[in-house]
Ligand binder design. Structure first.
Ligand SMILES: C[S@@+](CC[C@H](N)C(=O)[O-])C[C@H]1O[C@@H](n2cnc3c(N)ncnc32)[C@H](O)[C@@H]1O
Length: 506
């Protein structure tokens, strides 16, 4: 028996991604679609219709269309039948398991133009695995189905991503519109994957939805619409509306294999795109802040367990965290971190002689350090850290937090004659001199750089700023545009970064 059938009610609901759309939201969506869409549907298809909230709103908004609703849960299907009785002449409801249905055959006999509408389950493949549920693609009758990996590019994916792409694929060559509630990240992944295949659409738009208000879920959600009409122009951009009232709008697009958050701004600074001549690094990772991080009180080192600890000062480096970098002005480091290695994988046994008190301290907390869950620590020297290398020890850095809500870089200066470490949620460029760091920071905080990065970044992402995005700005092109490329400091910075650097320990 499928394990999900033996689950409790809440787990079963989770396994079926079961959050019915409130009628008020369904009405807003259908109203928005009618205003924005180019297509007058002859048929409306709701593949996971639940109790029929979306179908009702669609039947009201499109009075000439016939609606076809499908649902796996028989109780929901009877509730839908009851609540939609007045529309019975324009409505067909059927029990159906989305993942075993042959949608290609099914859609063939439904008169076009088709509007596919709804709110597919909001659950990930990983969550279903955890729940032991088989309610997902790939188990039976998957003829004419692209493999999950091919469709989603990953083993952990949102089921709704698979559902939407599967439906769009079945409609290739036909006029259709698809309009579904889903996570914004899902809508973006779908657009990126089609645009990567050079597939353009007649229209794509999404309106952000207040998911906490309507579903009590802290998710970045949207109403996502995609249409393909044989006549007329097609392109590879999508309009993003901040809400159904279209309070503010921007347009996402695609360039150089990358999704662009604001294609209009990007076009103005596109020439800066390239490869950074300097490598962006992430900060130090140790996954055990209670043991590895300290504050200083009355000349004593106090760890995260509030124990006063006697260890060698040389083992500790000042530390700045994401929260420090997110402030407009950088304060003095309040924390210090034990740095056990100078490069990844370096043996740590020699610490016993070098810093005996630190060694004894680490051994006292050996259990906590060995219990670090990330697999990166497996089969590595004891007390290993990550995000460490020559670059960590340069005296000067230019840094930004991965959690930033806007583009603002800081020069990180040495503190108490020691280089300052950054935590693993920060990104930085290492520099040998103050003048080079200040110049790089000036370049990176220029309006051109801010426009460039802001056009690429999806600010609602959990960690919007990433090393991958930072690395796409060519600092040489930026310096040229700002007339700073011939300065001694800029040339020095480039030359220094071409040579391998020895650790600059104080
Ligand atoms: C997020 S709810 C949305 C319901 C409805 N579309 C609405 O907007 O109110 C997802 C629906 O998908 C249904 N569902 C889950 N797995 C399904 C499957 N394999 N086949 C068909 N429907 C399914 C659930 O029972 C649930 O009613």
């Amino acid at each position: 028996m499928e394990r999900s059938l033996t689950l409790g009610k809440d787990q079963r609901k989770a396994a079926f991604g079961d959050f019915q759309t409130p009628p008020s939201l369904a009405r807003l969506c259908c109203h928005f679609l009618k205003e924005m869409g180019q297509l007058e549907p002859a048929s409306i298809v709701e593949p996971t219709c639940g109790v029929g909230g979306f179908l009702k709103a669609a039947l009201e908004s499109f009075p000439k269309a016939h609606a076809f609703g499908f649902e796996i849960n028989p109780k929901y299907l009877s509730a839908a039948r009851e609540s939609l009785a007045e529309y019975s002449e324009r409505l067909s409801l059927e029990s159906c398991d989305f993942f075993t249905e042959d949608w290609s055959e099914r859609l063939k006999v439904i008169p076009g133009p088709i509007l596919i509408l709804g709110n597919p389950p909001w659950v990930t493949n990983a969550e279903l695995t955890r729940l032991g549920s088989e309610n997902r693609p790939g188990r039976r009758n998957q003829k004419k189905t692209r493999g999950i990996e091919a469709l989603t590019g990953a083993s952990n994916f949102d089921i709704s991503e698979w559902i939407i792409k599967h439906l769009v694929d079945q409609l290739k060559g036909r006029d259709f519109q698809l309009a579904m509630l889903c996570k914004s990240s899902v809508a973006r992944k779908i657009l990126a994957s089609y645009w990567a295949e050079d597939r353009s659409f007649s229209e794509a738009f999404l309106s952000l939805v207040d998911a906490p208000k309507y579903f009590g879920a802290a998710v970045d959600a949207c109403f996502f619409c995609l249409s393909s009409i044989s006549q007329g122009p097609k392109d590879m951009t999508a309009l993003v509306c901040s809400d159904f009232q279209r309070t503010s709008e921007s347009r996402i697009g695609y360039s150089n294999g990358r999704l662009i958050a604001d294609i209009e701004t990007y076009k103005k600074v596109e020439e800066l795109a390239g490869l950074s001549p300097l490598k962006w690094r992430s900060g130090l990772k140790h996954d055990c802040s209670k043991v590895m991080e300290f504050r200083r009180e009355n000349g004593q080192w106090i760890n995260g367990l509030n124990d006063a600890v006697d260890i060698e000062d040389e083992a500790l480096y000042p530390l700045l965290k994401s929260s420090d970098l997110m402030k407009p002005t950088l304060a003095k480091p309040r924390r210090f971190v034990i740095v056990t290695q100078q490069k990844i994988g370096q043996e740590t046994d020699s610490l016993e002689l070098k810093w005996p008190k630190t060694w004894a301290y680490l051994n006292r907390h050996g259990e906590a350090l060995s219990a670090r869950r990330s697999s990166i620590y497996k089969n590595k020297p004891r007390f290993s850290i990550f995000g460490i290398g020559d670059y960590s020890f340069t005296q000067w850095k230019v840094a930004i937090s991965g959690f930033s809500a806007k583009i603002h870089f800081h020069v990180v200066a040495p503190y108490e004659k020691k280089t300052v470490m950054l935590d693993d949620t920060c990104y930085f460029l290492p520099f040998l001199s103050k003048v080079e760091a200040e110049l790089a920071c000036q370049l990176l905080n220029s309006q051109e750089s801010i426009d460039y990065y802001s056009s690429l970044i999806f600010w609602n992402n959990k960690r919007p700023v990433t090393a991958a995005i930072l690395g796409t700005l060519d600092l040489v092109k930026l310096a040229e545009r700002l007339g700073l490329h011939e300065s001694k400091a800029f040339q020095g910075m480039l030359a220094a970064n071409r040579k391998p650097q020895a650790p600059q320990t104080p």
